[in-house]
Ligand binder design. Structure first.
Ligand SMILES: N[C@@H](CCC(=O)N[C@@H](CS)C(=O)NCC(=O)O)C(=O)O
Length: 224
């Protein structure tokens, strides 16, 4: 049987996207899948669908603090969160960061995984800004990009090519039915199947005929 294309639509402002991202990064070496990262803009999805960040409902916000802490431990992803984080997040835009990530996708996609992870690390583990230029430069440095290349990407983020690519990817996610993130689209049996949430990857496995080995699977020796 051929490999299943699995697309992950994500934004680094979304902590649940980080969880889904890390689990899929682990499973790409175990399942018969081709994993494709699709950096998109959560704000655009929210606006187009009329959705709102879940923590805007205070009781859900309270629950999410506990949920993320437990999920981070269980999924072995160093996400940490405090009540003041929600305020911090609601006031910040990830547009610059997502344009920067889009620019790397268009030029040197081999850095996409590391760069995205470093943005999550900074925002969701170290609780530092990712919207200012200096913050983006710091993240790029941690991902191993040279300062010349970082400058080239910074010059690109205001170009119509990068803006349009991010817009198109976001529209594609919406076309698949996304209303939040992570949005995972598996192309199976000639059709796209949308899964919402880092907690639906077990279900994804079932639908594409793969085995769910928990969020931290050990790689079978035959695949090493
Ligand atoms: N249960 C999901 C929750 C995912 C989630 O809440 N994602 C946020 C962004 S971090 C979102 O887009 N929510 C939209 C919604 O819940 O309608 C999971 O475990 O991943």
């Amino acid at each position: 049987m051929g490999r299943t294309l699995v697309e992950l639509f994500y934004d680094v402002v979304s902590p649940y996207s980080w969880l889904g991202f890390e689990v899929l990064c682990r499973y790409q070496h175990i399942w018969n899948i081709d994993l494709r990262f699709r950096p998109a803009f959560l704000g655009g999805i929210m606006q187009a669908t009329g959705n709102k960040p879940p923590a805007m409902l205070p009781k859900r916000g309270e629950y999410m603090l506990k949920d993320l802490e437990r999920m981070g431990k269980y999924y072995q992803v160093p996400v940490t969160i405090s009540a003041s984080d929600f305020q911090r997040i609601l006031g910040k835009s990830s547009l610059g960061a997502m344009r920067f990530i889009t620019a790397i996708d268009m030029t040197q996609p081999k850095y996409l995984e590391t760069l995205s992870r470093e943005f999550w690390m900074r925002f969701w583990s170290q609780h530092e800004d990712i919207s200012q230029m200096e913050s983006i430069v710091a993240v790029a440095g941690r991902a191993g990009l040279s300062s010349e290349f970082t400058q080239k990407l910074l010059d690109m983020i205001s170009s119509p090519e990068v803006k349009n690519r991010l817009k198109e990817t976001t529209e594609e996610a919406i076309k698949y039915g996304a209303f939040g993130m992570p949005a995972v689209v598996a192309h199976f049996n000639g059709k796209p199947h949308l899964f919402f949430g880092s907690d639906r990857l077990e279900l994804l496995a079932n639908v594409i005929g793969e085995k769910w080995l928990g969020p931290v699977p050990s790689v079978p020796s035959s695949k090493m």
